[in-house]
Design a protein around this ligand. Structure first.
Ligand SMILES: C[S@@+](CC[C@H](N)C(=O)[O-])C[C@H]1O[C@@H](n2cnc3c(N)ncnc32)[C@H](O)[C@@H]1O
Length: 504
């Protein structure tokens, strides 16, 4: 049975196509359509870009019109834009269909660039065409291209050189492409054969190494194996019966079951020291948003370090509207269908007493030896430092460092206040001493910490010359406080400041 996906090109055809596409970069697309059209495109409006691209006859304009904007181009134009592959070659691979001297794209194909620590990665990524281009409702087994969540996960992934990486639910293979840059071995899985076919095509087109692709649900295809890094943008969208369902975003498991099972079970495939990074939704019933996550973590047979950052919370109605709009189900297109699906969402959430749905990122790590030392569940709605993965690597290293230090070692170290940290003071203008002293981070999660006079004095003296113990003793004398009390008060604060990146 035809999967209706591009055929796997032989290495020579992949080389030829890659060579043809070499100048068709993200920057080239921007140059063709202009900034206004790029902004409209990011809002899923293709018309401004189509109009701009039709005014140009360069190969980049032809490829942009054809593969990004769903425009028809003359076969002769495509021959010129893909000189080695040719329009016939593109049709043989299944990228286009030719008819009456014209070519029409059968897939979305676009350049993609990612800035990494060691330079820029440039790839071309094929996926199914989106609704903005086709104007038609997505098929249930639609293979998603690079979306906002894909970029969030790619940006938060820790990019240290690593042994084995699992990309669970690979889709078009975007996370696996990234992983191929820093992993010795990549295994990419998906329940969808169509997704695997696209991932295989993208792997070949980009000569991205020999990652293995495996069909199967969740951790089944890798049972009994261990990985140093697991990344997953799973189909976490909660989808009740009666609401539109797509394989790429809905698992078929009721509620947030897919994310709960992943959080609870992924520890079983982590090598010692290995980490899992994933996105997810969680249903919040009680007062605290952390309750479901605590329960899922408690169900993990492998004790894990855990760091969860909740980025957003929606109530049931907001959630339903968001995902119905994403599915193209709107009152303007069909009020009856919209209201039936909307009601299905509300009934489903109400039946489980869900008051809100959280969205966020989960980082789990199997401790190398001994018990977990990290359990941090926090909310952060603001922007994240880019790339966030680099921040996570540094933050985990800082956490591990303080966790392994005795109090005596901590006090024997000369700490330095990080360069991005500033001090703020607040208080009534006529009052000599401020009521509040705050330390604020410019980087990372932009945390702030309120300080008393002793801690403010301590941090202000952390210039890398004096040890923490020396500063603490000087402060004790200055503030007329017993040295023992000063030390025992400062030690836990120093631990937190180092772990959070205020002190290096
Ligand atoms: C949201 S997409 C993510 C695609 C890609 N990894 C990314 O970051 O853009 C989720 C993927 O999970 C796949 N999927 C759905 N159910 C699955 C399951 N039970 N086991 C494994 N993969 C599944 C879908 O086919 C889809 O490709």
């Amino acid at each position: 049975m035809s999967l209706d996906t591009p055929a796997l090109p032989d290495p020579a055809s992949a080389d030829a196509l890659r060579g043809d596409l070499a100048d068709w970069t993200v920057d080239a697309v921007e140059a063709v359509v202009g900034e206004r059209a790029m902004r409209a495109f990011s809002r899923e409006q293709v018309l401004p870009a189509r109009l701009a691209a039709r005014a140009s006859s360069t190969p980049q304009a032809t490829l942009t019109r054809l593969f990004l904007l769903g425009d028809t181009v003359a076969t002769s134009e495509l021959d010129a834009a893909l000189p080695a592959t040719g329009a016939d070659g593109a049709a043989r691979i299944g990228l286009v269909e030719l008819s009456g001297g014209e070519a029409r794209a059968r897939v979305d194909l676009r350049p993609y660039a990612a800035i990494e620590d060691d330079g820029e990665s440039r790839w071309w990524v094929a996926s199914d065409q989106g609704e903005a281009v086709t104007g038609a409702r997505l098929r249930a087994d639609h293979v998603l291209g690079i979306g906002g969540a894909s970029l969030t996960l790619a940006g938060m992934t820790m990019r240290a050189p690593v042994g084995r990486v699992l990309d669970l639910g690979t889709g078009c293979g975007i996370q696996a492409l990234h992983a191929s840059r820093h992993a010795a071995e990549v295994v990419a899985t998906d329940i969808s054969r169509r997704a695997l076919a696209y991932a295989a095509f993208n792997r070949a087109l980009n000569a991205a190494g020999a990652w293995s692709l495996r069909e199967g649900s969740m951790l089944e295809p890798v049972a009994g194996e261990e990985f140093d890094l697991v990344v997953s943008n799973p189909p976490f969208v909660i989808t009740p019966e009666g609401a539109p369902s797509f394989e790429y975003r809905a698992s078929g498991v009721p509620g947030d079951g897919i994310v709960s099972s992943l959080v609870s079970s992924v520890g079983g495939v982590l090598a010692p020291g290995g980490a899992a990074q994933m996105l997810g939704n969680w249903e919040i019933r009680g007062e605290s948003w952390t309750e479901p996550l605590e329960a899922w973590l408690a169900a993990s047979p492998a004790p894990l370090d855990a760091w969860v950052i909740e980025r957003d919370e929606l109530d049931a109605a907001e959630y339903a509207e968001t995902w119905l709009r994403d599915a193209g189900v709107t009152p303007e297109r069909g009020r009856a269908e919209f209201e039936a699906a909307y009601q299905a969402y509300l009934t489903d959430f109400d039946s489980r007493g869900v008051r809100a749905i959280g969205f966020g990122m989960v980082l789990l790590r199997r401790p190398v030896g001994g018990a977990p030392t990290l359990r941090r569940l926090e909310q952060h709605e603001g922007p994240l430092q880019e790339p966030f993965g680099g921040y996570l690597v540094a933050a985990l290293a800082a956490h591990d460092r303080v966790a392994s230090m005795s109090d005596a070692e901590l006090l024997d170290t000369a700490w330095t206040a990080a360069a991005d940290v500033t001090r703020e003071s607040y208080g009534p203008v006529l009052q000599a001493d401020p009521s509040y002293l705050l330390l604020r981070q410019g980087a990372g999660l932009g945390r702030s910490v309120s300080m008393d006079t002793a801690l403010a004095g301590f941090v202000g003296a952390c210039d890398g010359e004096l040890t923490a113990g020396q500063i603490a003793h000087a402060l004790a004398a200055l503030l007329d406080v017993p040295a023992g009390a000063m030390l025992s008060g400062l030690v836990p604060a120093i631990r937190e400041l180092v772990a959070d990146g205020f002190l290096a």
